[in-house]
Ligand binder design. Structure first.
Ligand code: DC
Length: 213
């Protein structure tokens, strides 16, 4: 089982991904944190060739053996990760790591290019959308700090960079289900997405039963 969740910054991918991983017993992989770890590595003067990024089963991110998970969600790294994500050599390295994980585990993987590039054969593809204003206010609630107009502006800058880059831009896969999350509670979004996964599982069981009978 492979579930791909894509969408712009602060659209609720992580909350949804964690909920689906729990419900369907899948490994959750947050690919944005890998780009953040690379940005942190560059900030520390490490060359890409000398960086080793590892993700542990309990979702810890290691940069050259050091657990940097707690340092990845800063507003400085919001922008820097989006800047390093335009570099083809960075994407190549991280896509390889993401596919390696998905080859070994059933996953729910979230990012910007999971349904289009990383796992084009994913069983379920979900693309989340919400207005920049709504996403900015969610981010402020989550981090318990920030000015609404400023955070909204930063989100728009990041959306534009992530969507307009030449390699693997942020966009829904042709076969993705788009879920508009503005005006919806997290519970409603989870319920919509988990229905998609359950429908798929029922189809699989139904086809197997018909094949065997
Ligand atoms: O999901 P996030 O905000 O942690 O992601 C940080 C940045 O990483 C995002 O602005 C763009 C980049 N990214 C990407 O290009 N491809 C992905 N699959 C995940 C993240």
């Amino acid at each position: 089982m492979k579930i791909a969740i894509d969408g712009p910054a602060a659209s609720g991918k992580t909350s949804l991904g964690k909920a689906l991983a729990r419900e369907f017993r899948l490994r959750f992989v947050e690919t944005g944190k890998m780009y953040r770890a690379v940005a942190l590595g560059f900030e520390r003067g490490i060359q890409l060739a000398d960086m080793e990024i590892c993700v542990t089963e309990d979702e810890r991110f290691l940069l050259n053996g050091q657990d940097v998970t707690a340092q990845l969600h800063t507003s400085a790294l919001d922008q820097k990760s989006s800047q390093v994500a335009v570099l083809p050599e960075v994407r190549e390295r991280l896509v390889e790591l993401q596919r390696e994980i998905a080859n070994r585990h059933d996953v729910v993987m979230e990012g910007r290019d999971i349904g289009t590039v990383v796992l084009p054969d994913a069983d379920v593809k979900i693309f989340l959308m919400a207005t920049p204003h709504e996403r900015a206010s969610r981010r402020i609630q989550q981090r318990q700090s920030g000015d609404l107009d400023q955070v909204e502006q930063e989100i728009i800058v990041r959306d534009t960079r992530d969507s307009e880059r030449a390699v693997a831009p942020l966009k829904p896969a042709a076969d993705a289900t788009i879920i508009q999350t503005s005006q919806k509670t997290l519970k409603e979004v989870i319920s919509e997405a988990s229905t998609l996964v359950r429908d798929l599982l029922e189809d699989v069981v139904w086809s197997a039963e018909n094949r065997d009978s």
